[in-house]
Design a protein around this ligand. Structure first.
Ligand SMILES: Nc1ncnc2c1ncn2[C@@H]1O[C@H](COP(=O)(O)OP(=O)(O)OP(=O)(O)O)[C@@H](O)[C@H]1O
Ligand SMILES: [Mg+2]
Length: 142
C-alpha cells in the first residue's frame, strides 16, 4: 500500500494526473471514501491531465461518463444511485472491465460484480485535507 498526503484539491488533481500514464485497458479501480472525500476530483485530475481543461461532471445521475483517452477508453462511474448490482450488466460493465479502464466511485453498490482483483484507491479526510491510500498498483507508481 502507498499513501499520499493531499493537502489541497490541487494535490488530489495531481495524483489523478500521475495515474493517467500508468493505467492500461483492463484495469478496474475501486475509488472509495466518504461523501465529498475527493473521488470525483481525482478522476477529474486524471482526465484533464490528458484532455486539457474539459468539463468532467460527476456521474452521479448519468452513472457512467466515458472518455476516449489515447491508449484506452476511460469509464468514470458513480454507483451511488445504482439500485441493485444486477443493473450493472445493463450498463455494460462486463465488457468494460475487460476493454476499458474503469474508475468506480461507490463500487460496493456493484456487489459481486466488482472484479476481485480490482485496484483500490481509498481517500480519507485528514485535517483540512485528505489522505489517499493506493493498493494493488505494485511498483507502477515508482
Ligand atoms: N485534498 C483535498 N483537500 C481539500 N479539499 C479537497 C481535496 N480534494 C478535493 N477536495 C474538495 O472536496 C470537495 C468534494 O470533492 P468531490 O466532489 O471530488 O468528492 P467525491 O468524493 O466525489 O464526493 P461524492 O461522494 O459526493 O461523489 C470538492 O469541493 C473538492 O474541491
Ligand atoms: Mg463523486
Amino acid at each position: 500500500m502507498q499513501s499520499f498526503s493531499l493537502q489541497t484539491e490541487a494535490d488530489t488533481l495531481a495524483l489523478g494526473a500521475r495515474l493517467a500514464p500508468i493505467l492500461a485497458a483492463g484495469d478496474v479501480i475501486a475509488l472509495t471514501g466518504g461523501l465529498g472525500a475527493g473521488k470525483t476530483s481525482l478522476a477529474r485530475g486524471l482526465i484533464q491531465s490528458v484532455l486539457g481543461p474539459c468539463e468532467v461532471p460527476s456521474p452521479t445521475y448519468t452513472l457512467v461518463q466515458c472518455y476516449d483517452l489515447p491508449g484506452y477508453e476511460l469509464w468514470h462511474c458513480d454507483m451511488y444511485r445504482l439500485k441493485q448490482p444486477e443493473d450493472g450488466y445493463e450498463l455494460g460493465f462486463i465488457d468494460a472491465f475487460e476493454e476499458a479502464v474503469c474508475l468506480i466511485e461507490w463500487p460496493d453498490k456493484l456487489g459481486d460484480l466488482m472484479p476481485a482483483d480490482a485496484l483500490s484507491i481509498h481517500i480519507d479526510f485528514e485535517g483540512d485535507g485528505r489522505i489517499a491510500r493506493l493498493s494493488g498498483f505494485g511498483d507502477r507508481l515508482g
